[in-house]
Design a protein around this ligand. Structure first.
Ligand code: BGC
Ligand code: BGC
Length: 589
């Protein structure tokens, strides 16, 4: 009999899994291995009819309207359908809750992982994951496709902000903390929610930081840099893992049997299940049947299928072709049983059979003040002070006039970045609660301080201090890949103009990665890297006005030379080394 250390099922639970497996037809087993995007499910009763194992909402998939209560109603409806299937196996519903329950309107949005990396605070990261789990559970959802364990090596990569650090040790430490926060720790009897470590393996190592590209290195490097954090996540009990679109030395991970099966499930003893990424197996071969064969035999246990009926490679097609492959002996039944066993055990471990529905009372907690307080604390601890000439910071709350400049000073969407409400994120009032830096400054200063704001410098040239806020536009995945990491001419011009006014200049940068600062560096008296802080802009004002001490330290090397952007190369002569960060004392009120 199989004996489990990490997934730790009791004998009775193990028996339940085996009993179920014995009763399942081949089609029912394949159903469990199928994960369909809600938008691709034209007929939701397919959940019951086909016994689907999982449904997800991708970055651009929402229920009919984006309200927490509607999310919940939709998830509950899907769950009811799963319970009506012949064997009544509960459904696992998944979302990209990667910085809070970020698809849902009104949910608290945490800093993206790069900002959490700057906090270097595992206890706080664990707390963010616990809060995220609570907001997910409120909407009936048990599964987050997080944390991302990428060890991003090249900031040209559009997913750099999803990576805690370019240091495998810090990624492992914080990734494990996130797993504990989401699930509840390796030793708890019943998991709170399910984490998904992604993207296995080497997503952050691709040449020139190209998304979904090729990670070229020897095996020792792959293990030291990219595999190391997975050991920590597995030790923390992570129950699922997502394969990477990327390749290692030209071989796509989704078809990489050595890495998915021999190393991960064998050597590392991973007992959870592997889910494929969004239509990723389709890339293994132009022939879908062959693609399925490669992925499943390599060790993928559940397949994420976004396309709807009528399109190529939809879930009906997947189920039909995988059945053929098994009947033809091209995919072993033992492989299918292994996959289904892993999925069912996870469902047992989540307590889904006993409590498929989460308590409705949690709904009022989505975006709750105590959740926002945790996010605000993250923002405070994530800011990295890079420069502070003549002790310009902290600012006085009794200054006569403070001027903020730049669209980002009053734009929640720019604060939050990608994976916020929509896949790519957007500018403007993306969600309905939260605080921009402008609002935060206004509620921080004393009654006699004038706070003004303009996109350009209008009305600000006589202020006591000018706060320039610069931002990268929101992006996600490949859309965020850049060749040139310089600030734009417009951004440089704004800081230059502020400087020309002769007033002291504080520059705050919202970005998913270190950028080449050019003249904005000399033109600023103080400079704060704020990453993508999320909805709680008050945390920035807390630091700027000295209610909180800056304690953040760079989670990655900050390059200086456009020819040496990759951390390993930039480290020789960086703008700032990893770990850099200035501070000052808090100021009495
Ligand atoms: C991304 C994953 C994400 C998935 C589901 C993919 O494109 O690479 O990180 O979890 O979509 O939205
Ligand atoms: C993302 C999905 C998103 C989709 C949009 C994928 O790559 O991961 O979450 O909804 O693209 O087409």
């Amino acid at each position: 009999m199989v004996c489990l250390a990490v997934s730790g099922l009791a004998a009775g639970e193990e028996k339940r899994v085996e009993d179920l497996l014995r009763q399942m037809t081949l089609q029912e087993k394949l159903g469990q291995m199928t994960q369909v995007d809600l938008g691709a499910l034209k007929d939701r009763t397919d959940i019951a009819r086909l016994g689907l194992g999982s449904v997800l909402c991708g970055g651009n998939t929402d229920p009919e309207n984006n309200e927490p209560a509607t999310w919940r109603r939709t998830v509950v409806q899907c769950q009811q359908l799963a319970l009506q299937s012949r064997l009544g196996i509960p459904l696992l519903f998944g979302v990209d809750a990667v910085h809070g329950h970020n698809n849902v309107l009104g949910a608290v949005i945490f800093p993206h992982q790069i900002g959490l990396g700057a906090t270097r605070n595992p206890r706080l990261v664990e707390e963010t994951a616990r809060v995220t789990a609570r907001e997910m559970l409120a909407t009936g959802i048990h599964w987050a496709f997080a944390p991302c364990l990428a060890v991003a090596q090249d900031p040209r990569w559009g997913r750099t902000y999803e990576s805690y650090s370019d240091d495998p040790e810090l990624v492992g430490q914080l990734g494990a903390a996130a797993v504990r926060g989401l699930q509840g720790g390796a030793r708890v009897r019943t998991w709170r929610a399910l984490a998904c470590a992604k993207h296995y393996l080497g997503d952050g190592g691709t040449t020139e930081g190209v998304d979904q590209g090729n990670t070229e290195c020897d095996e020792a490097t792959l293990r030291r840099v990219h595999l190391a954090p997975y050991r920590e996540a597995i030790r923390a009990g992570v129950g699922s893992l997502m394969a990477s679109y990327s390749s290692w030395n030209g071989v796509k991970l989704h078809g990489h049997r050595y890495l998915l099966t021999d190393v991960l499930k064998g050597e590392l003893g991973f007992e959870g299940f592997v889910v494929s990424d969004w239509a990723a197996i389709d890339q293994l071969s132009p022939n879908y049947k062959e693609a399925i064969e490669r992925a499943i035999t390599a060790g993928v246990d559940m397949v994420m299928i976004p396309n709807g009926p009528g399109q190529p490679n939809n879930y009906l097609e997947f189920l039909r072709l995988l059945a053929e492959l098994v009947n033809e002996g091209r995919v072993a039944e033992s492989r299918i049983d292994d996959a289904v066993r892993r999925i069912l055990r996870t469902k047992v471990r989540l307590g889904l059979f006993e409590r498929p529905m989460t308590p409705e009372g949690l709904l009022s907690r989505v975006g709750a003040p105590e959740h926002r307080a945790v996010a605000r604390q993250c923002v405070r601890e994530s800011l990295v002070l890079l420069k502070n000439e003549r002790g310009l910071l902290p600012l006085s709350k009794r200054a006569r006039h403070i001027h903020l400049v730049g669209q980002a000073a009053d734009d929640l969407g720019l604060q939050c970045g990608g994976w916020t409400i929509s896949w790519q994120g957007s500018t403007g009032a993306v969600t309905r609660a939260g605080t921009t830096l402008l609002q935060a400054v206004r509620s921080t200063v004393g009654p006699r301080t004038r706070v003004t704001y303009s996109r350009d410098l209008a009305g600000g040239t006589a202020a006591d201090v000018i706060v320039v806020v610069l931002a990268e536009p929101p992006y996600a995945e490949m859309m965020g890949d850049r060749k040139d990491l310089s600030l734009s001419a417009e951004q440089l011009g704004l800081v230059r103009e502020a400087r020309a006014s002769g007033r002291p200049v504080v520059t705050v940068l919202y970005s998913g990665r270190p950028l080449l600062l050019g003249s904005a560096w000399e033109d600023s008296d103080a400079f704060v890297a704020a990453w993508l802080p999320g909805t709680e802009g008050q945390g920035i004002a807390d630091v700027l006005f000295g209610d909180a001490r800056p304690t953040g330290r760079l989670p990655r090397v900050w390059p200086k030379d456009p020819r040496h952007l990759r951390s390993s190369e930039a480290a020789a002569d960086p703008m700032f080394p990893r770990g850099f960060g200035l501070t000052y004392r808090t100021r009495g009120r």
